[in-house]
Design a protein around this ligand. Sequence first.
Ligand SMILES: [Zn+2]
Length: 53
Amino acid sequence: MSYKEVYCTDCDEILGKYSTKYFSDRDIDEMVRQYCSLHIKEGHRISIRQTNV
Ligand SMILES: [Zn+2]
């Protein structure tokens, strides 16, 4: 199955993993804004990468 992994480059931490089957890019974008707001406020770089597990 295909996943999108939300990753904080500055914390070196995976913040979330979302199945692309259930979540659109827009959904994931929305969740990143909600759940990663602390990281974003600190100026951390959040990257979203595609994984196939
Ligand atoms: Zn961070």
